[in-house]
Design a protein around this ligand. Structure first.
Ligand code: FES
Ligand code: FES
Length: 242
């Protein structure tokens, strides 16, 4: 290196590379201690001493994480707390009067299936998206999973079980059989009840209109063409509203 490369380096400085692996000169060690307030020996001693604290702290953190992942603790439901929500209702269900005591928060779907034992009305999504739970309330289609049982009190409720008269199927039920309008059959009670409802709603009879009127009823098996054909046939045969 020539003198230009050295720039304004002061006299006495050399190009010698520092020996990083060599012993630390005594004066430097003292300097470290004085500047930082810590010698390396003291720092290592303090760090090793703190290890148990660190590991206890990490155990505490793990426990806190596990605690957060655990299901929330809820107060157990006592008979007294359940009784607080009970309400008496009367359903005019499939032509019969039914008196029930239901939880005020219970859906009509759960009351029908769990309390009355009418399991023909299906629970698909339980979120108002599939139509499997369709029933008629005062002749109008409703999603029973989104309807409180208490709200149906005093009203006329018709489920799939209430459509046939004895051994005689409702014309829509007969048309579904005739047109093979189902595969697994899970959506079928909702489809049939919905079709019975639309007969009373003045839905036009062309296939596009029927598809639109039935659009709230989903069929994962894709039986839609046959469902539409069945609804058209039922309308033609004078399918009666429930
Ligand atoms: Fe009610 Fe799906 S179960 S809409
Ligand atoms: Fe299977 Fe409709 S027939 S979901």
């Amino acid at each position: 290196m020539n003198s230009e490369d050295r720039g304004d380096r002061s006299e006495g400085e050399t190009d010698r590379e520092p020996d990083l692996d060599g012993p630390v000169p005594e004066e430097v060690g003292e300097l470290e201690t004085v500047r930082g307030g810590w010698s390396r020996r003291a720092f290592l001693g303090a760090s090793l001493g703190a290890l148990p604290i660190v590991s206890f702290a990490s155990v505490g953190l793990q426990a806190a994480r596990l605690d957060a992942a655990a299901p929330p603790r809820v107060a157990p439901r006592t008979p007294a707390s359940a009784a607080l929500h009970e309400v008496p209702i009367t359903l005019h269900l499939n032509g019969q009067e039914r008196r029930l005591t239901v939880d005020s928060r219970a859906s009509l779907l759960d009351a029908l299936r769990e309390q009355v034992g009418l399991a023909g009305t299906k629970k698909g999504c339980d979120h108002g998206q599939c139509g499997a739970c369709t029933v008629l309330v005062d002749g109008r289609r409703v999603l029973s999973c989104l309807t409180l049982a208490a709200m149906a009190s005093g009203h006329r409720v018709t489920t799939i079980e209430g459509l046939a008269q004895g051994d005689q199927l409702h014309p829509v039920q007969a048309a579904f059989l005739q047109h093979d309008a189902f595969q697994c059959g899970y959506c079928t009670p909702g489809q049939i009840v919905s079709a019975v409802g639309l007969l009373a709603e003045g839905c036009p009879s062309d296939p596009a209109a029927i598809r639109e009127c039935m659009s709230g009823n989903l069929c994962r098996c894709g039986a839609y063409p046959n469902i539409v054909a069945a609804v058209q046939a039922a309308r033609g045969s004078g399918g009666r509203p429930a």
